[in-house]
Design a protein around this ligand. Structure first.
Ligand code: ZN
Length: 314
């Protein structure tokens, strides 16, 4: 049986796992990312791969998933916002260090592939994966294949503009979808609410140590779990924006299922039903078409490792 290694390269940590043909992780290692120096980042990846390879002799290839733009040849990271990678030839660098073939993939694409093959998307050939974390990551599966676009950087739908002259986004534009439907959006919504109506937002402010300015998504989630109506109102807003954006994507892509992953999927019990409702309300042609399923991701934080490892096998 052939084994591959999947690596999830984040801004703060690198996680790597040996994965078998059924998508099972046999062993996993992690270490902090030396994110400011490209050579040290490559060295950290090679270190983890080398240690795993020493224990598992049958490893035949490596898949790297990283947050950023990956070129169409899947070898160069053009730009990674959380790392010092600019036109970084990471495939060559890691191959030289570890002596195994390496493929590079955008992290959200890797997660989408993992879910499509072994998680919530099993058996469905048309999928849209939405990773609701600090921002929105996206992955599209068309006819059972990962859709990457002509230049490798498709499915960045967190930056579709949904509000003209809306909230500022890290990408330089205003009104991007991820400013209204993500973990950061949840906190943003709560802080806005707390500023104009601190009495109504009292529980979220209390959970954040007394200041409306530092309310986190975690505090909103905790308050919502307690039934706090102000927190639930923030969840409702994020769910409505998520469903609206999904309706727009369905107008173009008509998937069989949406898979919701990322940090916010941990509070799927609070989000899933309102998202489904908002999606059904917003989708064009409702009543005259089959609606895409809306499912929660199944592989959790390991989806990127499993997906990258499987892409290395393809
Ligand atoms: Zn943006």
């Amino acid at each position: 049986m052939s084994l591959t290694i999947g690596v999830d390269v984040g801004g703060t940590k690198v996680a790597a796992g040996v994965v078998d043909e059924q998508g099972r992780i046999l062993e996993k290692l992690r270490r902090p990312t030396p994110s400011t120096d490209p050579e040290e980042t490559a060295g950290a990846i090679a270190d983890l791969v080398g240690r795993l390879k020493a224990e598992h002799r049958d490893v035949v290839a490596v898949g790297l998933g990283a947050a950023g733009f990956v070129d169409e040849s899947r070898s160069v990271v053009l730009f990674a916002p959380n790392l010092a990678w600019r036109d970084e030839p990471i495939k060559d660098k890691v191959e030289q260090r570890v002596g195994l073939p390496v493929v590079v993939e955008n992290d959200a694409n890797a997660m989408a592939w993992g879910e499509a093959r072994f998680g919530a998307g099993r058996g469905e050939r048309y999928l849209v994966c939405i990773t609701l974390g600090t921002g929105i990551g996206g992955g599209i599966i068309v006819d059972g294949r990962l859709y990457r676009g002509r230049y490798g950087i498709g499915a960045e739908f967190g930056h579709i503009r949904v509000v003209p002259d809306g909230r500022r986004c890290g990408c330089g534009n205003r009104g991007c979808w991820e400013q209204y439907a993500s973990g950061n959006a949840l906190a943003h919504e709560a802080r806005d609410l707390a500023r104009v109506n601190p009495g109504w937002a009292a529980r979220m402010i209390e959970l954040s140590g007394g200041s409306p300015e530092v309310i986190t998504g975690l505090a909103v989630s905790q308050a919502a779990r307690e039934g706090d109506p102000a927190a639930l109102e923030c969840f409702q807003s994020v769910a409505e924006w998520t469903g609206q954006g999904m309706a727009d994507l369905a107008a173009t892509l008509d998937p069989g299922a949406f898979i919701i992953g990322g940090g916010l999927s941990a509070v799927a019990d609070l989000l899933l039903e309102p998202i489904k409702k908002a999606f059904a309300n917003a989708v064009t042609g409702h009543g005259h078409r089959r609606l895409a399923d809306v499912r929660v991701a199944e592989l959790g934080p390991d989806a990127g490792i499993v997906g990258a490892a499987d892409l290395a096998r393809q």
